[in-house]
Write a protein that binds this ligand. Structure first.
Ligand code: MTE
Length: 447
C-alpha cells in the first residue's frame, strides 16, 4: 500500500483504500451550523476568523424560504401510523454496516455502529453494534431459564418473570468489543470511524444485580474466585469473570434503553459487565457457574488473548483502558467551506470516569482542553465538544483522554512499543484524522 511523507510533520501517513469509501458517508458537515442561542457568542469569538458559517443572510431568491412547503398546507398522518416509531426516511443512510470482506460468514460477523451520526452519549437500540460468533437467536422468553450452579449451597433456576419481580437497577454503560479498532494494529487505515471504532455503543441497562442472585444461591464465599457465564446460542460462548467483578457492578439485564433487550443484543437476558470487553457480556444468558479457578474456555484460551512482542500471550486482559475518538469531522467526510466547525467525539474508560479530553489540530504538537458534556458517568461514554475554525490548510485532528485513575490515552507508537504490532485486541491508541486542503478527511497514522 502506498505511503507518503507528510510535509512538516514527522512520520508517515497511509491513505485509506478507496474501495472502502461509501458515497453516503461523504457528507456536507459544514452545513450543520450552530444553534441560535450560541450564535452571538460564537460571532464574537470568531470575529477574527477569516470565514465563518454561523448562519447565513436571508436570501429572498431561496425557493425553500419563499415557497410554503406542502407539509405546511395539508393534514398530517394519523397517530400510530407507525405503532413502533421509526426514524425519518431521510435518515435511511444511518444504519449498522458490515465491513466489506472482514468476515467469511454473516453469522460469525459484526455490524458496526455509525458513530459519525450519533449525538450525546446514548446509542439508539436499533443502532447498537452487533457481534455474534454464530448468528443471533430468537429466544422464546417463556422457555428461557437462568441456572445458578457450581459452588453454591442451593443450585437455582429462574424464569424471566421471576427475575423481573426482583429488585432491579438501571445503569448507563459503554459496551466495547475487545477487537474494536483491531485493524489499526496493522496500519490498514480503515476509512471511516464507523469501521475503526464502531464496535462501541452505550445504553441504559436494567436488570438484577448478579450479587443478589449469587447470594440467594448461597455461593461459597471461602472458595469462590470466579464465575462462568454461558449463553444459549450455538456458539458455546462461555466466559470466566472474577468474583470481585461479579459481586461489584455486574447486572443480569433484561432491559436496554427503557425497553426489553433487542434479540440481536441478547433478548431476553444478557450479562452486563461494566468496563470489561464485550465478549464477557454473554448474550442469551442461560447459566452462571461459581468456580474456584479460571475455566480457560475457548474464547479465553485461544481467542481474546494479546500476542506480546516476546511471543508470549496475555490472557484475561479484560478491562477496556481509557480511549477517545473524534467522530466529527472524521474519515470519509468532507468539509466544504472554511470557517467554524464543532469538533465532537466520545471518550470512555473501563476503570472509572473521564476527567479530561484534549484536542489537537496539528498532530499532537499542541493540545487544548475540550468541553465535557454531562452526565459524566463511570464506565459510560462521555461526549466532548471543541470549537474549531478551519482556515483551509491541512490539519491533523486528534483527541486524548485522561481517566479518573490518572491514566492518559497513549499514541499509537507508544502503544506499539509495549505491545508490538501483532495484537488483535485492546487497541486504545490516539486516532488521527487528516483534513486535506480540499476538505476531505482521511484516516492516517503518524509514525
Ligand atoms: N454472547 C453470546 N452468547 N454469543 C456471542 O456470540 N458475542 C460476544 C458478546 N456476547 C457473543 C456473546 C461479543 S464478542 C461481543 S463484543 C458482545 O457480545 C457484543 O454484544 P452486542 O452484539 O450486543 O453488541
Amino acid at each position: 500500500m502506498k505511503r507518503e511523507a507528510l510535509g512538516g510533520v514527522p512520520g508517515v501517513i497511509q491513505p485509506a483504500p478507496e474501495s472502502f469509501l461509501e458515497p453516503d458517508l461523504i457528507r456536507d458537515i459544514s452545513e450543520k451550523g450552530v444553534n441560535a442561542s450560541r450564535r452571538n457568542l460564537l460571532r464574537a469569538a470568531l470575529a477574527t476568523a477569516t470565514a465563518t458559517v454561523a448562519g447565513r443572510a436571508i436570501a429572498t431568491s431561496d425557493p425553500d424560504i419563499v415557497n410554503i412547503p406542502e407539509w405546511s398546507k395539508m393534514l398530517g398522518n394519523a397517530v400510530a401510523t407507525n405503532p413502533y416509531g421509526l426514524p425519518s426516511r431521510y435518515e435511511s443512510n444511518v444504519i449498522r454496516r458490515q465491513s466489506p470482506g472482514l468476515t467469511q460468514t454473516d453469522q460469525a460477523s459484526v455490524a458496526f455502529t455509525p458513530l459519525q451520526h450519533m449525538f450525546g452519549m446514548i446509542t439508539p437500540s436499533g443502532l447498537h453494534f452487533e457481534r455474534h460468533h454464530q448468528g443471533w437467536v430468537d429466544v422464546d422468553p417463556r422457555r428461557h431459564r437462568l441456572m445458578i450452579n457450581g459452588l453454591v449451597a442451593t443450585p437455582l433456576v429462574f424464569t424471566l418473570d421471576e427475575l423481573m419481580r426482583m429488585p432491579s437497577v438501571s445503569r448507563m454503560h459503554f459496551l466495547e468489543c475487545g477487537a474494536n479498532t483491531a485493524l489499526e494494529w496493522g496500519n490498514s487505515a480503515v476509512p471511516t470511524v464507523q469501521y475503526t471504532h464502531g464496535m462501541l455503543s452505550c445504553s441504559e441497562f436494567t436488570g438484577v444485580p448478579l450479587s443478589l442472585l449469587l447470594e440467594r444461591a448461597g455461593f461459597d464465599r471461602s472458595r469462590a474466585t470466579v464465575i462462568l457465564a454461558e449463553g444459549a446460542d450455538g456458539s458455546s460462548m462461555t466466559r470466566t469473570i472474577n468474583i470481585e467483578n461479579a459481586l461489584d457492578d455486574v447486572i443480569v439485564a433484561y432491559g436496554m434503553n427503557g425497553e426489553m433487550l433487542r434479540p440481536e443484543n441478547g433478548y431476553p437476558l444478557r450479562l452486563v459487565v461494566p468496563g470489561v470487553q464485550g465478549v464477557s457480556w454473554v448474550k442469551w444468558l442461560r447459566r452462571i457457574e461459581v468456580g474456584d479457578m479460571p475455566y480457560a474456555a475457548k474464547d479465553e484460551a485461544s481467542h481474546y488473548v494479546d500476542l506480546m512482542p516476546d511471543g508470549m500471550t496475555r490472557q484475561y486482559t479484560s478491562i477496556q483502558e481509557a480511549k477517545s475518538v473524534i467522530t466529527n469531522p472524521s474519515g470519509g467526510q468532507k468539509l466544504l467551506t472554511h470557517g467554524f466547525y464543532n469538533i465532537t467525539g466520545l471518550a470512555w474508560s473501563g476503570r472509572g470516569h473521564v476527567t479530561q479530553v484534549e484536542v489537537s489540530t496539528d498532530g499532537g504538537r499542541n493540545w487544548r482542553p475540550a468541553r465535557l458534556e454531562g452526565p459524566v458517568l463511570p464506565k459510560a461514554l462521555t461526549r466532548f465538544n471543541y470549537d474549531w475554525v478551519w482556515d483551509g490548510s491541512e490539519a491533523l485532528l486528534q483527541s486524548r483522554v485522561t481517566d479518573s485513575t490518572g491514566y492518559v490515552q497513549p499514541s499509537m507508537p507508544a502503544l506499539r512499543e509495549v505491545r508490538g504490532s501483532r495484537s488483535i485486541y485492546h487497541n486504545n491508541a490516539i486516532q488521527t484524522w487528516r483534513v486535506l486542503a480540499s476538505g476531505e478527511v482521511h484516516n492516517v497514522q503518524l509514525g
